[in-house]
Design a protein around this ligand. Structure first.
Ligand code: NAD
Length: 474
């Protein structure tokens, strides 16, 4: 059994006790990690605080070089990291439309290199005979990163690399459900970075809230559920921490009547079900025009029934298990609620007996606004399909949700679709696509899906504060 240590100030640290990490495909323990507590948070923050002055003054070109070295280390350990991600998160090595742990580790590598090359140059606002005014971007100090279980390594990279690139030091806490790939990454990174620059504390007993409250942490970057995000915001108020909060989503997609149902169904299925629907910006509510409703539903159900569900380590698996039992039970509860309220379950609808947390890919027709599976984030392999006939009305229905992460319009008429997409209340709107992110385009939620953005220059700026320098010449 592999046992993972925390890394604090460049050294492995044991907590005295460990907790189990379960492979959701088998329900069996495959690794143990340290059950760290608040005292380890204090140690890690002290190490990060001590490392900050030298790291923040390290020449930019050197920090950039070290970030590329981290990308190379990820690449050199790709098969090992993929296996850890598949074992802890359940996602297949390959996966539906190539969305699996290969994409997760490959994405982590790509994000690292692209972010390494981002620049935050000094901006000159005024330079005349009277004065010169410059805007500088300075690192914030110690960044606390708290990550979820659905894309454990990718999201850790999304937090850690821009924070370090901008000159901050970091304490990361991965989800207790999926701590292994992140811990291994931090181990690899500590062979490259100076001690204390990147520290990891694992453990669930108050570790997250200790990070949120810690007076020596200057910023929190959090990806996870909206209720936890709100709690972090309250706890972070003590020293007015800067916050980036990437929270829950309940993304709507609207299919206009001009599409070909057969051609579009595989794309819709892919963006709704990849990673078993356990992606913040998966398509989670699908509104289809009345004229093609039955045909789209039938195609989606056909694809769902043909999808290969199984252990992610087995080649050819398209969808793995749901990541944990509580999430599996929640998904079942939402499906039963829909059934009880008159929805038609066209495929799946139930957990698979035996070991592991498997749920059959489920397409729900005659779903309606007001049903829990439509109004709440299901975060599982279940797609409710809702009928509409009037475009004005469906835009209002799509927007009538407290979340605002992503949204999409599907149509052959790109100009009309773009016009409608801009009316969706969400951080990213796609036309004929959903959930696709890339390292140079900003991504974030509006309404209760979060605060701030990640990726590209806009994302990098969130790890800095502005210092304005005014030099009088007269
Ligand atoms: P979660 O909120 O339960 O947990 C996320 C992390 O927060 C874990 O590390 C957990 O241990 C920690 N945590 C729990 N309570 C805490 C507290 N009081 N203070 C500080 N930390 C605490 O979320 P989850 O179930 O792991 O992830 C699923 C959710 O994440 C979904 O809602 C999904 O939409 C969202 N998500 C959002 C994005 C995005 O970019 N917007 C990306 C991925 C996932």
């Amino acid at each position: 059994m592999q046992v993972f240590d925390m890394i604090i100030n460049g050294k492995p640290v044991r907590a005295g006790s460990t907790f189990d990490v379960v492979n959701p495909a088998t329900g069996e323990v495959f690794a143990r990690v340290q059950a760290g507590d608040v005292s380890h948070v204090d140690q890690a923050v002290a190490a990060a605080r001590t490392a900050f002055p030298a790291w923040s003054r390290t020449p930019d070109a050197e920090r950039k070089r070290l970030m590329h070295a981290l990308g190379a280390a990820l690449e050199a350990h790709m098969p090992e990291l993929m296996e850890l991600v598949t074992k802890e998160a359940g996602k297949p090595l390959g996966g539906l439309n190539g969305v699996g742990s290969g994409m997760e580790v490959g994405g982590a590598i790509a994000w690292t290199h692209v972010t390494a090359d981002l620049e935050l140059p000094v901006e000159v606002i005024q330079d005349n005979d009277d004065a010169r005014i410059e805007v500088h971007r300075k690192p914030l100090g110690v960044v606390g990163s708290i990550t979820p279980w659905n894309w454990p390594l990718m999201i850790a990279i999304w937090h850690v690399i821009p924070a370090l690139r901008a000159g901050n030091t970091v304490v990361i806490k991965p989800s207790g459900l999926t701590p292994t790939a992140t811990t291994r990454f931090v181990e690899l990174a500590n062979a490259i970075l100076p001690p204390g620059v990147l520290n990891i504390v694992t453990g669930e007993s108050g570790v997250g809230s200790a990070i949120a409250k810690h007076p020596e942490i200057n910023k929190i970057v959090f990806t996870g559920s909206t209720p936890t995000g709100k709690n972090i915001m309250q706890n972070a108020a003590g020293n007015l921490k800067r916050l980036t909060l990437e929270l829950g989503g309940n993304d709507a997609g609207i299919v206009l009547p001009d599409v070909d149902p057969k051609a579009i169904a595989p794309k819709l299925f892919g963006v709704g079900f990849h990673n078993n629907g356990q992606t913040c910006a998966c398509l989670k509510r699908l509104y289809v025009h009345d004229s093609i409703y039955e045909e789209v539903c039938a195609e989606l159900a056909r694809i769902a029934k043909e999808t290969v569900v199984g252990d992610g380590l087995v080649e050819g698996t398209e969808l793995g298990p749901v990541q944990n039992k509580a999430q599996l039970d929640f998904v079942q509860e939402l499906v039963e609620d829909a059934r009880a309220h008159g929805a038609r379950i066209l495929s799946g609808g139930k957990a698979r007996p035996g070991g592991g947390f498997f749920f059959e890919p489920t397409v729900i027709a005659d779903a309606k606004d007001g049903m829990r599976v439509v109004d709440e984030e299901q975060f599982g392999p279940v797609l409710p399909v809702i009928r509409y006939s009037d475009i004005e009305e469906v835009i209002a229905r799509a927007n009538n949700n407290e979340n605002g992460l992503g949204g999409s319009i599907w149509s052959k008429d790109h100009a009309k679709a773009a016009e409608l997409a801009l009316r969706l209340e969400c951080g990213t709107a796609w036309v004929n696509e959903h959930g696709a992110v890339q390292p140079d385009a900003p991504f974030g939620g509006v309404k209760q899906s979060g605060l701030g953005v990640e990726f590209g220059r806009y994302g990098l700026e969130e790890y800095t504060s502005i210092q304005t320098l005014k030099i009088m010449k007269a």
